[in-house]
Design a protein around this ligand. Structure first.
Ligand SMILES: [Cu+2]
Length: 445
């Protein structure tokens, strides 16, 4: 006797044998990413053997529609297991792209396929989430990062041109710093994979409003960016719209942070957009912005000091929303000069860190108490959080992010609603800190 299932299989086979090729062609995926070795040429004298997405650095710009499901195919053509993390999205842990949460690694030579629904709207990105250790060509040190723009159903498009800029640091070695720790020191710094003067300029026209989406994909470095002769009207941080745009001369981006800013092109000429600190710009972090018809050498105006303040993007909190509190104390275990330190959360390193249990629908405040002498870009997966307090400042509201730089010897407070059940990773986005234990998981009850 045939079951219905057996009958369908049998009749399917018969139909296939009679009328169709044995292996029907699968439809082309909406998002197709190939991971393969790649040589980055930051300048003719600065070449880095690394791994990249679709043979380019940054990887292809992906534009997806919020809420519209897409098929994804990722092919690993390297000798190492890989995993691709969708940074800033609300995805199930099985595809979020962190093995700690339960996303399977893609074996060397293997291909993975799944469907995902992009959410929330905004400037997101994608990158590898593997371990590097001492290899400054692997994981976050390499070329596996790309821009992802999730467009809302109605995009108001209050600009004439859209430009994507990715900051990155390359090569180098670990050296002992003043603090006695071993830190990466890089050979070159780039915007969109090129050192200043070696890439294509950003071409603009007088009178245009240019929306710049800037991503710091540096494995470890905070970067300061200015555009000589112009100001930034910051409209979003980490892809989340601000209640009130802020006009600034300078941006600070910690690793994994994004800034979206409108620049009014009202100063015709040829200018440098670059790192504010002279030695980092000299290492290559800059790009030429060229007005149509302008001639001459790119001009830079050196700002006097480094200025950034998260608080100006938030408003004073009017009410305290009912929440539970989780205190996380960050510290390092110094293992002697020249040795690698270990990072600790509440005295423990991953995989031995606490696993707090969250209850769906409840609001949680994380008190991130940084006892260490380093700043840390802390990232929460699969959720957006609100910055509630920076250092000893007053209570804040309205600033929504997925990465926050917690300052050395200070406390930062953030809040999120546990509204995406499943294992959720919190970690420092500095590759060397994450590799040495600065990670923990939240579980849902
Ligand atoms: Cu860190």
């Amino acid at each position: 006797m045939l079951t219905r299932r057996g009958f369908l299989q049998l009749s399917g086979m018969t139909a296939a044998a009679a009328t169709m090729p044995a292996q029907p062609q699968a439809a082309a995926p909406d998002v197709s990413i190939g991971i393969a070795p790649y040589l980055v040429e930051a300048s003719p004298k600065h070449r880095f053997q690394t791994v990249a997405y679709n043979g380019q650095v940054p990887g292809p710009l992906l534009r997806l529609k919020q809420g519209r499901e897409v098929s994804v195919e990722i092919r690993n053509r390297t000798a190492d297991p890989e995993v691709l993390h969708w940074h800033g999205l609300y995805l199930p842990p099985e595809i979020d792209g962190a093995m700690e949460e339960g996303t399977p690694m893609i074996a060397p030579g293997a291909t993975t396929r799944y469907r995902m629904t992009p959410d929330p709207a905004g400037f997101r990105w994608y990158h590898t989430h593997t371990f590097a250790g001492k290899d400054l060509h692997k994981a976050g040190y390499g070329g596996q990062h790309g821009f992802l723009l999730i467009e809302p159903p109605d995009n108001p498009a209050r600009y004439d041109r859209e430009v994507f800029l990715g900051l990155h640091d390359w090569g180098g070695r670990f050296e002992g710093g003043d603090d006695g720790f071993m830190n990466p020191v890089y050979d070159a710094s780039t915007i969109n994979g090129k050192m200043l003067g070696f890439g294509e300029p950003v071409r603009v026209k007088a009178g245009e409003r240019v929306l710049m989406h800037i991503l710091n994909s540096s494995p470890t470095e905070v970067h300061w960016i200015a555009l000589a002769g112009h100001t930034f009207q910051v409209v979003a941080l980490d892809g989340n719209d601000l209640a009130k745009p802020q006009t600034l001369e300078m941006l600070r981006l910690a690793p994994a942070e994004r800034v979206s800013a409108v620049v009014e092109m009202n100063a015709p000429g040829i200018w440098v957009l670059g790192e504010v600190r002279k030695h980092v710009q000299a290492a290559g972090m800059g790009i030429v912005v060229e007005y149509a018809g302008a001639t001459g050498k790119p001009k830079w105006i050196q700002p006097e000091s480094l200025v950034w303040d998260y608080e100006r993007f938030a408003t004073p909190a009017k009410t305290d929303i009912d929440h539970e509190t989780i205190e996380l104390t960050i510290d390092s275990l110094f293992k002697g000069h020249g040795a690698e330190e270990q990072w600790l959360i509440n005295g423990k390193s991953y995989p031995h860190t606490d696993e707090p249990v969250l209850h769906a629908g409840r609001r949680y405040r994380l008190i991130l108490k940084n006892l260490s002498m380093d700043d840390h870009p802390v990232h929460l997966h699969r959720h957006t959080f609100e910055v509630k307090r920076i250092d000893d400042g007053s209570e804040l509201s309205g600033l929504q992010k997925d990465v926050v730089l917690i300052h050395a010897k200070n406390t930062t407070e953030i809040e999120f609603v546990a509204n995406h059940p499943g294992a959720t990773l919190l970690h420092c986005h500095q590759q060397d800190h994450m590799d040495r234990g600065f990670m923990m998981l939240f579980r849902y009850a």
